[in-house]
Design a protein around this ligand. Structure first.
Ligand SMILES: Nc1ncnc2c1ncn2[C@@H]1O[C@H](COP(=O)(O)OP(=O)(O)OP(=O)(O)O)[C@@H](O)[C@H]1O
Ligand SMILES: [Mg+2]
Length: 261
């Protein structure tokens, strides 16, 4: 059975894309068949996988556009093998127009699912990298997914409205768009180990959400290797296989498999 996992959080720069690419690499290393989906018009995941979002064509934009306009979407043509053996369904800047086009589309929340359905069976895991918003693209991801990973910067959780994504998840369940959507967990990223803050935040999060939401035991620490690997168009597992960051995402993958098996 294919597991579709959305990596979503309304705040920008919390590690969604980093989590998607490195989890894809870690699951691939474990012998799983993985598809990474870039659902962000910024195209960061596409770039991180070594493709140019301004040049790669066709992309998820073409598949969703076809579906919205009632043509055959031919999504398989938009899937590319990466150098690290998982597959990528890339994005391009025009995907930002899809958000608008969706508004007047019938079953607008289910377009992504309709696009993914014919190819889902080819994979064990499909990871969807979301844009930092609570808009229709994210709702499409939440509707298509079995579960959600919520990455969050350890220091940020105390902020007001920090987990607005939870309301979106609740809405998607309540409106019966996806009643069985589960939360795989909150992943604390970019933890600064030189301060005690990360541990304190972890305890605060556990106190606040720990009863209802799983919090990954693995803490992804801050490391310059992440930005370096992104610039190199590689996962951290490929860029520096023995690094702490690579190990962190291997551990996240193991935890995830324990969680959703
Ligand atoms: N653990 C980490 N340590 C240090 N830097 C990190 C870490 N994780 C991610 N980064 C860097 O932080 C920046 C933001 O990360 P990323 O792009 O994954 O966030 P995002 O949530 O996808 O952002 P957006 O909301 O814009 O899509 C990137 O430059 C990335 O390389
Ligand atoms: Mg991103």
């Amino acid at each position: 059975m294919t597991q579709i996992i959305a990596v979503a959080m309304q705040k920008g720069g919390v590690g969604k894309t980093t989590t998607t690419v490195n989890l894809a690499a870690a699951l691939t290393e474990m012998g799983k068949r993985v598809l990474a989906v870039d659902l962000d018009p910024q195209g960061n995941l596409t770039q991180h996988c070594g493709f140019d979002p301004d040049r790669v064509s066709p992309t998820i934009y073409d598949a969703m556009k076809a579906e919205i306009e009632g043509y055959e979407n031919r999504v398989a043509a938009s899937i590319y093998p990466t150098a690290e053996s998982f597959h990528l369904l890339p994005s391009q800047p025009e995907l930002s127009m899809t958000e608008l086009a969706l508004i007047n589309t019938l079953s607008r929340e289910r377009v992504l699912w309709t696009v993914l359905e014919p190819i889902a069976g080819r994979y064990d895991y499909i990871l969807i990298d979301c844009n930092p918003s609570l808009g229709l693209l994210v709702v499409n991801a939440l509707t298509a997914a079995n579960s959600v990973i919520i990455p969050i910067q350890a220091e940020y959780l105390a902020a007001r409205g920090a987990l607005m994504i939870l309301s979106s998840i609740e809405t998607v369940r309540r409106k019966k768009l996806n009643p069985d959507l589960s939360i795989a967990g909150i992943l604390l990223t970019m933890a600064d180990t030189r301060t005690l803050l990360a541990q304190e935040v972890r305890e605060a999060v556990t106190a606040q959400y720990g009863n209802s939401i799983y919090i990954f035991e693995t803490l992804v620490r801050r490391s310059i290797r992440f930005a370096e690997s992104a610039a190199a168009g590689q996962s951290i597992l490929a860029y520096d296989s023995k690094s702490q960051g690579a190990d962190a995402y291997r551990q996240v993958a193991h935890e995830l498999l324990r969680r959703i098996r």
